[in-house]
Write a protein that binds this ligand. Structure first.
Ligand code: GRF
Length: 196
């Protein structure tokens, strides 16, 4: 199954997918395209090193959200994409994309949904909120993306302990290393092998 990975930053989740593919853990997935929300992000370098075609579809290059969403859908469809992974992607995918890929879009979120998710909860802010709340356990969630974004069907979750003295940065790193990078490739394998 031809898969596109949408990225916005460092691309460590993309790297986890690349490494899983190289290790033979994604037999039914072809990482066919990486689309970045802006140029110059390190995720694009990771893609190029792995020989994966890249594209940039940036909201501010378009006069309207509709034009941006149309460009995104056109980019995906012109590359024969069959499934999409949002890996550290900070824009919203348009409803046109969600409708074109029903139960075929995965998102990784750095908390145990339904905690600390929804508008405003992304990146470090998620971990700041978890520390502020004083939770003892957090983690990551891979879910399907539907019209309401963060509340699609949960596919996989993995818990991570909060440790004494954690900062948002140390907690984010642990959640990525111990949870995100494990469950995202596993979820993509479930999807591409028809087991979702
Ligand atoms: C990570 O916190 C991830 O949980 C979130 O985006 C951040 C960066 O991800 N989805 P990446 O390194 O760009 O994959």
């Amino acid at each position: 199954m031809r898969v596109a990975v949408l990225v916005s930053g460092g691309g460590t989740n993309l790297q986890a997918l690349i490494d899983a593919k190289a290790a033979g853990k994604l037999p039914n997935a072809q990482l066919a395209l990486v689309v970045a929300s802006k140029p110059g992000v390190y995720a694009l370098e990771r893609a190029a090193k792995a020989g994966i075609e890249t594209a940039v579809v940036r909201r501010k290059d378009y006069a309207s959200a509709d034009a941006f969403n149309d460009a995104m859908l056109q980019t995906l469809q012109s590359h024969g994409i069959e499934a999409v992974v949002l890996a550290g992607y900070l824009s919203m995918v348009g409803q046109n994309v969600v409708r074109a890929y029903p139960d075929r879009i995965l998102n990784i979120h750095p908390s145990l949904i339904p905690s600390f998710c929804g508008a405003g909860y992304y990146g470090l802010r998620v971990h700041q909120a978890a520390l502020k709340k004083g939770v003892k356990v957090t983690g990551a969630t891979v879910h399907l993306v539907n019209e309401a974004y963060d509340d699609g069907r949960i596919v996989l979750q993995k818990a991570v302990y909060v440790e004494e003295g954690d900062t948002p940065e140390t907690l984010q790193r642990r959640v990525m290393e111990q949870a995100e990078w494990e469950i995202l490739p596993r979820a993509l394998d479930l999807l591409t092998s028809g087991r979702l």
